[in-house]
Each structure stands twice: as structure tokens, then as C-alpha cells.
Design a protein around this ligand. Structure first.
Ligand SMILES: Nc1nc2c(ncn2[C@@H]2O[C@H](COP(=O)(O)OP(=O)(O)OP(=O)(O)O)[C@@H](O)[C@H]2O)c(=O)[nH]1
Ligand SMILES: [Mg+2]
Length: 399
């Protein structure tokens, strides 16, 4: 998941809150120069409660029946208008999102930074402009890449009868763009893949825009909601057709740090926190925590950071959680650990594809799987459901 946006909107604050990594945060543009890469967590109700077992998590953690599943986040450098032509830290930024499956676009909903990220009076900049600009930058960046050698591609298709899907796939795989994205963008825009020379000028851009939407889906984190001026901007941001999550990265960071120091009990995404018994708060700490409660947690229900991550994986990317076990009765792996692992996989993943994600041997010798909840035997083409607990029986693994 890439965390993107213009400079000074709170990307690093969001990243730091989500990963608890200590990174540079400051109120001026281009604080981040090199991308920060870290591990955040998506939150999902664990199946241990339903099966009434005490689990031994391995690849994730389980706290009070909530699984926290690690995901990779990239905090990118800020993007300014014209970045695709190399302005600001332009091309470098764009390189950073190559491998991102989806993007969280952090927007300064308080309108307290201008289009270049310089501080301005809250409420004076219109954040909806930032949404349009970012997408334009991404489209122009991708268009520029596709345009390079476009004439040659046209000749290969129309002269040598090569397949444009194949040509684009080879060219764009390094940007995380897959064959499936190309096919879908082609269908959606109705462009003629046999005769690319016939495309009117704007058709390549239309196609590229669709490709970008499919391969780098994004949601908006409307940040700095703790600033009063942000409230009036929320609705206009919501009217742009994206998922919008109101959030305060700063509040989340403060809560996570306080929880880390065991001052409070707070799990990311919670709608409240509890001051730990015996902890004496300084007047400053008390004041800060009261403000967070009154300005963020009560009106919004949470700080929004965890919601943005969860929506990114579960809604944008349509991931589901699946728990592999070896023993369908005891829910254990070969070491006897109960519900050790959980995997995030895209909806549509089959039992056999899931086997391949765990181990190639498991897939090669695939015999059948047991869907543990119903105790039903399922075949290799069984499409996994959210929260499935699955036991795969493979000739190879058991040989
Ligand atoms: N009021 C408020 N300020 C915030 C919030 N999140 C971040 N900030 C402030 O915004 C400023 C910029 O934060 P950063 O996290 O460095 O922003 P960035 O987007 O990473 O900036 P660049 O790396 O320069 O692109 C800092 O002064 C933060 O404290 C928030 O939720 N509310
Ligand atoms: Mg930064």
C-alpha cells in the first residue's frame, strides 16, 4: 500500500502512526526525500472466538480476539504539480509507487497547505483540487511511459501481427500492472487492440487512465480532521467518487505512542482508550488526550488511520482472510500450534491457488481440501470465502 499525496499533508505522520516507525515529520514540504518502508497491520475479528479456542499466532498477532495482520506500507515523497515532468522530487516519487497494489491518498482536509505543500491559513486552500491533481499526475506519468516506443508497438501489432496485450504486459509489468488490468481497461474503454494506429489522440490517455484506476486503486484519507476548518471540506471531498476516510494521523500517532509507553490501553481502530491504572498523567498529556477524545474519537468514531488501512485491503483490493491448518479437528499446524497463520488473499482465490501461496509442493500434489467450518471436502477450484479455515491434503506434502 503506497501512502501518497502532495507535500506536508501528513503522509509520514500517517505512516508512523500505522507502523510505529520513527520517521521525519515536519511542517514544511519535502520532509521525506527517500521513501520509508514499514509494516502496518490490518485488523480483522479472529476466528478463534467462533471456534472457542486459544490460538498461537505465528505470522500475525491476536489481541482480545482481534487479528492484526502485517501489511507492507510505503511512505512516499510529496508530489507537486508537474512531477511527471520531473518537478520537485517528481520521477523519484513515481518510481516509489511501482510496486504498490493500491494507494492511500492523504489529503490535507483542513486546507492548511497550498498546492505545493507550503503552510497557509487553514480553510484557504481547496483540498478537492489536490485529489484531481494527483490523479492527473499519475495518468501523465503512465502516459509518458506508454508513449515511449508507442510507434514501435503500433508497427509490431499492425505489421508483425503481434499481440498488443502481450506487448503492454511486458512493458508495464515492472509497474505492478498485470495482464488482467490491461484486458479490463481494454474492455472498459472499448479501444481497438488490433488497430492502435486508429486511436484518436485522447484515446490513449483514456485507456491509460483506466489502467491506472484498475492497477493503482486509491482511497482518500481526509487528514487533519482535528482542525476545525476541515469539517466543511469533508462533503466536497466525498462527492468526488472515491472512498473517503476522515482521519487525524496526529491523534493516532499520539495514541499509539501513549499505548506503547503503557500510559493508556488502546488498540488501533478503537473508538476509545483507557488510562491505565496507577498512571499519573501530566497536565499536558491529560489535555492532549482530552482533545483527541472530544475532537476526534467522539465525533468520528475513531482516528481513521486503521479504517483507511482496512478499507484499502478489504474494500479496494477485495482481500479476504484465510486460516490454513493441517489438522481440521484440532485446528493446528504440524507443530501443534492452534490457528497459527492467517493469509490475506484476493477474493476469487481458489483452494489450489491458496495451496500454491503456502508452498508449491502443497499445490503440486493437491488432492483435496477440507473447509473446516462445514467439515466439507472441497476440490481444487473451490473459491475461498472470508474467514475460511482450510486444511489442504496434498500427496506431495504427505508423501
Ligand atoms: N493538525 C494536524 N496536523 C497534522 C496531522 N497529521 C500531520 N500533521 C502535521 O502536518 C505536518 C506535515 O506532516 P508530515 O507527516 O511530515 O507530512 P508529509 O506529507 O509526510 O510531508 P512531506 O514528507 O514533506 O511530503 C506536520 O507538522 C504534522 O505534525 C493531523 O492529523 N492533524
Ligand atoms: Mg513525509
Amino acid at each position: 500500500m503506497g501512502v501518497v499525496g502532495k507535500p506536508n499533508v501528513g503522509k509520514s505522520t500517517f505512516f508512523s502512526a500505522a507502523t510505529l516507525a520513527h520517521v521525519a515529520i515536519a511542517n514544511y514540504p519535502f520532509t521525506t526525500i527517500k521513501p520509508n518502508i514499514g509494516v502496518g497491520y490490518v485488523r480483522s475479528p479472529c476466528v478463534c472466538r467462533e471456534f472457542n479456542v486459544t490460538d498461537n499466532p505465528g505470522n500475525s498477532t491476536c489481541m482480545n480476539g482481534i487479528r492484526l495482520i502485517p501489511v507492507e506500507l510505503v511512505d512516499c515523497a510529496g508530489l507537486v504539480p508537474g512531477a511527471w515532468q520531473g518537478r520537485g522530487l517528481g520521477n523519484q516519487f513515481l518510481d516509489e509507487i511501482r510496486q504498490a497494489d493500491a494507494l492511500i491518498h492523504v489529503v490535507d482536509a483542513a486546507g492548511s497547505t497550498d498546492s505545493e505543500g507550503k503552510p497557509c491559513d487553514p480553510g484557504t486552500h481547496n483540498p478537492t483540487e489536490d485529489v484531481e491533481f494527483l490523479e492527473h499526475e499519475l495518468d501523465m506519468w503512465l502516459l509518458q511511459i506508454v508513449k515511449k516506443e508507442w510507434d514501435r508497438a503500433v508497427r509490431r501489432v499492425e505489421g508483425a501481427k503481434e499481440d498488443l496485450t502481450q506487448i503492454l504486459e511486458e512493458k508495464l509489468s515492472g509497474l505492478g500492472i498485470k495482464r488482467d488490468h490491461i484486458i479490463k481497461a481494454r474492455t472498459k474503454t472499448g479501444v481497438n487492440f488490433e488497430k492502435p494506429s486508429s486511436w484518436p489522440d485522447n484515446q490513449l490517455l483514456m485507456f491509460v487512465t483506466e489502467l491506472r484506476r484498475l492497477s493503482k486503486p486509491l482511497l482518500i484519507a481526509a487528514n487533519k480532521m482535528d482542525v476545525q476548518a476541515a469539517e466543511k471540506n469533508l462533503e466536497p471531498l466525498q462527492s468526488l467518487g472515491h472512498m473517503v476516510v476522515p482521519c487525524s494521523a496526529e491523534a493516532e500517532l499520539a495514541l499509539r505512542r501513549a499505548a506503547e509507553k503503557e500510559i493508556i490501553t488502546y488498540l488501533p481502530g478503537d473508538s476509545n482508550f483507557k488510562v491505565n491504572e496507577g498512571r499519573q498523567l501530566t497536565p499536558d498529556q491529560l489535555n492532549a488526550l482530552t482533545l483527541i477524545k472530544e475532537r476526534i474519537l467522539l465525533p468520528l468514531g475513531s482516528t481513521g488511520v486503521q479504517d483507511a488501512l482496512n478499507l484499502g485491503f478489504f474494500k479496494l483490493l477485495q482481500m479476504i482472510t484465510v486460516y490454513p491448518v493441517e489438522d481440521p479437528e484440532k485446528l493446528t499446524d504440524h507443530k501443534g500450534r492452534i490457528l497459527p497463520d492467517v493469509y490475506l488473499v484476493p477474493y476469487g482465490t481458489t483452494a489450489k491457488e491458496f495451496a500454491a501461496i503456502i508452498h508449491s509442493d502443497l499445490a503440486e500434489g493437491f488432492l483435496y481440501a477440507t473447509e473446516v467450518r462445514s467439515k466439507m471436502r472441497v476440490a481444487d477450484d473451490y473459491i475461498l470465502k472470508n474467514n475460511d479455515v482450510i486444511s489442504i491434503v496434498s500427496a506431495k506434502r504427505h508423501a
